[in-house]
Design a binder for this molecule. Structure first.
Ligand code: MLC
Ligand code: AMP
Length: 487
């Protein structure tokens, strides 16, 4: 259990953020202090859902540990998401409390008031040394929301034991040690930024540096500093870093490349890594990116190894994980790191397992280089910038737009984003004019950035089959260039 391990690293640095470094001892004391606030006055919080609306670094990490000391379930939120999305997560998971950073208090007050939740604002002075019992391995620890083929996102429940299996699997497979130092540029409401980059360092006594958000120049500068040993990100981040390198002057390029070479390992995942990006990154830094495959429901499932990396492949099962491919070519996974259930969705939980094998919805093949992914079984699940989004959820939202009669959302292959969200629209009024800017502004109030279409096409009718069902592959074809009406 993570909580039991922290006390063995007390003198070491646990994290670095905009306020400087924090030791394991201070992190423990801060999280116990926050836990006391959470449990006051003498309330048992066991099994309660606690939303975390905190800045990355000491606030977020103290908050999640506090929730776990209290025996409760953490529900991480992304502070940049629009209020309706945050409100949906708080209400679907029936949170009792919101823990928020002081800088996010305004947003937190309105969310907590609307959902009738208690609000706790993190306080740097609230510390405690009073020990608390750890929750049981089988207790629920975390709910992360993920998009599916059926409408709104669903909560994926992980227990302390499934999280422990994920962290120990990564520690073994990627040879984490207490001397590792990693930079977190990913959001903390997904397993990649949360479990792989923020929590696994705590599992081994290493530390994570949280600048707050992704900025390509700042990342290169941190790599060049010689302070880091590890970097992990989605393919879009590596593409962005390559673009920043290409825009830099010669001496900066040399400094950045020399610094990056000194890291011990760089990992890519959450979406397919184009071989062109892998090759260019190798030219710039000498690193062959280690590609691995994971999922919110699974944590990490397949990975190339430190000693053997095959471009275009996602490698072999993680320690303790079993993988197989069914007759339809779908990848199935089982192992101790698999999630427990979807929150309050028993039918969806049971339909996503065959016996104890989780059906990933990804189509894969196995060859001598390991597993290779061919794509998603459903055309309605998109991956854009490493974010999984549901075409159906976006369509449902845009159908509420006063000028839209019908719409269809598809993913278009894109070298930077993996896929781009594109929307084909039938207007209520055939003379109506839509601009992508207007549409995006309207969408921004309702949906998080990755779900907002960046391509628009006005059509008279959507392509349909004999049954009247929209044919998504034909919608994709409509966008093939040249597309005069796109934004
Ligand atoms: C942002 N933009 C997009 C976009 N996202 N355009 C097209 N498609 C998208 N998906 C645009 C914005 O509208 C904006 O444009 C500009 O890009 C900058 O937006 P931003 O929000 O500031 O983006 P940025 O911070 O640069 O974010 C890019 C990113 C981010 C790649 C860092 O998307 C990200 O953090 N992705 C990682 C998601 C993740 O952690 N996934 C893991 C899931 S877990 P304008 O015009 O307004 O300037 C999982 C399991 C596993 O998958 O295996 O790990
Ligand atoms: P999420 O549900 O957001 O956790 O996303 C999980 C999905 O991301 C998987 O089901 C895959 O479709 C995709 N994915 C993760 N890693 C990879 C990878 N290395 N290559 C291709 N797809 C990936």
């Amino acid at each position: 259990m993570l909580l039991d391990r922290l006390a063995t690293f007390t003198d070491r640095v646990a994290l670095l953020d905009r306020d400087g470094s924090l030791s394991y001892l201070s992190l423990i004391e801060r999280s116990l202090g926050l836990c006391e606030q959470l449990c006051a006055p003498n309330r048992d919080r066991h099994g309660e859902r606690i939303a975390i609306l905190c800045q990355p670094g000491r606030d977020f990490t103290s908050a999640i540990l506090a929730v776990w000391w209290a025996g409760a379930i953490a529900v991480p939120l992304h502070p940049d998401h629009p209020a309706p999305e945050l409100a949906y997560v708080i209400s679907d998971s029936r949170c009792s409390t919101v823990i928020a950073s002081a800088s996010l208090e305004g947003l937190a007050v309105s969310l907590a008031t609307a959902a009738d939740c208690r609000l706790i604002v993190t306080d740097a002075l609230a510390r405690s040394t009073a020990p608390r019992p750890s929750p049981a391995d089988s207790d629920d620890a975390l709910i992360i929301y993920t998009s599916g083929t059926t409408g709104r996102p669903k909560g994926v429940v992980h227990t302390h034991s499934s999280l422990a299996a994920q962290m120990s699997g990564m520690a073994d497979a990627w040879r984490w040690t207490a001397d590792d130092r990693i930079l977190c540029v990913l959001p903390l409401h997904h397993v990649h930024g949360l479990v792989n980059v923020t929590l696994t360092p705590l599992w081994v006594g290493a530390h994570c540096e949280s600048p707050g958000s992704f900025d390509a120049i700042r990342v290169w500068d941190r790599m060049a500093s010689g302070d880091l040993t590890l970097f992990m990100a989605v393919p879009t981040v590596y593409s962005r870093l390559i673009s920043a390198w290409e825009a830099a002057d010669t001496s900066t390029r040399t400094r950045w490349s020399d610094g990056a070479r000194r890291l011990r390992l760089m990992v890519s995942g959450s979406a397919a890594l184009p071989v062109s990006v892998l090759e260019r990154w190798q030219e710039l830094t000498g690193h062959v990116l280690l590609e691995r495959y994971g999922m919110t429901e699974l944590g990490m499932a397949l990975s190339n190894t430190i000693d053997q990396r095959t471009p275009g492949h996602v490698g072999w099962p993680f320690p303790g994980v079993e993988a197989k491919i069914d007759e339809e070519g779908q990848l199935l996974i089982r192992g101790p790191q698999v999630f427990d259930r979807y929150w309050n969705r028993p039918e969806e939980t049971s339909s996503s397992f065959v016996d104890d094998w989780f059906c990933t919805g990804d189509v894969a093949v196995l060859d001598e280089g390991g597993y290779r992914l061919l794509g998603r079984a459903s055309i309605d699940i998109l991956k854009t910038g490493g974010e999984k989004v549901s075409a159906l959820e976006i369509e449902e939202t845009f159908r509420e737009h006063p000028g839209i009669a019908e719409c269809a959302v598809v993913g278009l292959d894109d070298p930077e984003w993996g896929q781009r969200v594109a929307i084909a629209i039938v207007a209520k009024d055939s003379d109506a004019e839509f601009t992508i800017t207007e549409l995006r502004d309207w969408g921004r109030e309702r949906l998080s950035t990755p779900k907002i279409p960046s391509r628009l096409l006005l059509v008279e009718d959507l392509p349909r089959n004999a049954m009247g069902k929209v044919v998504k592959t034909d919608v994709v074809a409509l966008f093939q260039p040249p597309v005069g009406a796109s934004g």
